[in-house]
Write a protein that binds this ligand. Structure first.
Ligand SMILES: Nc1nc2c(ncn2[C@@H]2O[C@H](COP(=O)(O)OP(=O)(O)O)[C@@H](O)[C@H]2O)c(=O)[nH]1
Ligand SMILES: Nc1ncnc2c1ncn2[C@@H]1O[C@H](COP(=O)(O)OP(=O)(O)O)[C@@H](O)[C@H]1O
Length: 181
């Protein structure tokens, strides 16, 4: 059965790192989403995201989309189907609002992985190290941008505390072997 590992959690928790690991070790492709935010150092067009202008973003057909500050983000059904053509198991990084949409539309095809760290300080340190703008970091670690796990999503969430990367990888190994059964 086709399945999607839906990855959500605070900025800096390790969502991209996890998605990259799943891709590199298990060939689980990431469903690329579209954004109008600028590329960060090290990011590549059509690799991290499909980077769009406000104009090109308007022309796309979205499954769901959201705005974060002055930037837009969205995921398309086309991109999901494209990834499912390559593999029955795919991953997708979304924010918490996106999780509601996917659970509603795709039901038991969704394996919801909520990634977090034990402390907010760890998130801030990682984001500083990653080279994020300190003003943006403040926004990302407060309010709705923190992407806390809402009470009503707890029953669907598989919580992964990513403090230690090697422990995280071994937890991911067990998750993948269960999902591939
Ligand atoms: N709902 C939704 N959220 C998205 C989409 N693409 C990215 N996001 C979320 O947008 C937020 C900001 O992403 P980004 O600017 O890359 O920063 P990051 O959180 O540091 O990785 C993150 O919470 C992502 O999970 C999308 O297509 N739909
Ligand atoms: N377990 C970990 N311990 C220390 N640093 C980590 C860990 N997991 C990820 N990182 C680093 O933290 C930063 C944020 O991770 P990233 O995967 O970009 O998070 P997100 O996609 O959730 O914003 C990156 O520089 C990444 O290399």
């Amino acid at each position: 059965m086709k399945k999607i590992i839906l990855i959500a959690g605070p900025s800096g928790a390790g969502k991209t790192t996890i998605s990259d690991y799943l891709n590199e070790k298990y060939g689980i492709p990431r469903v690329l989403t579209h954004t109008t935010r600028p590329m960060r150092p090290g990011e590549k067009q059509n690799f991290s995201y499909h980077f769009e202008t406000d104009e090109s973003f308007k022309t796309l057909h979205f499954f769901e989309h959201i705005r974060y500050g002055s930037y837009q983000y969205g995921s398309s059904r086309e991109a999901l189907n494209l990834a499912w053509k390559k593999s029955d198991l795919v991953s997708l990084i979304v924010d918490i609002k996106g999780v509601y949409t996917y659970l509603k539309q795709l039901g038991n095809k969704v394996y919801f992985l909520y990634v977090t760290t034990s402390t907010k300080e760890e998130l801030k340190e990682r984001l500083l190290k990653r080279g994020d703008d300190p003003e943006k970091i403040k926004e990302r670690v407060s309010g709705s941008e923190l992407n806390l796990l809402p009470e009503d999503l707890k029953e669907y969430a598989h919580i992964l505390v990513n403090d230690n990367l090697s422990e995280t990888k071994s937890k991911l190994d067990s998750i993948v072997s269960r999902l591939e059964e």
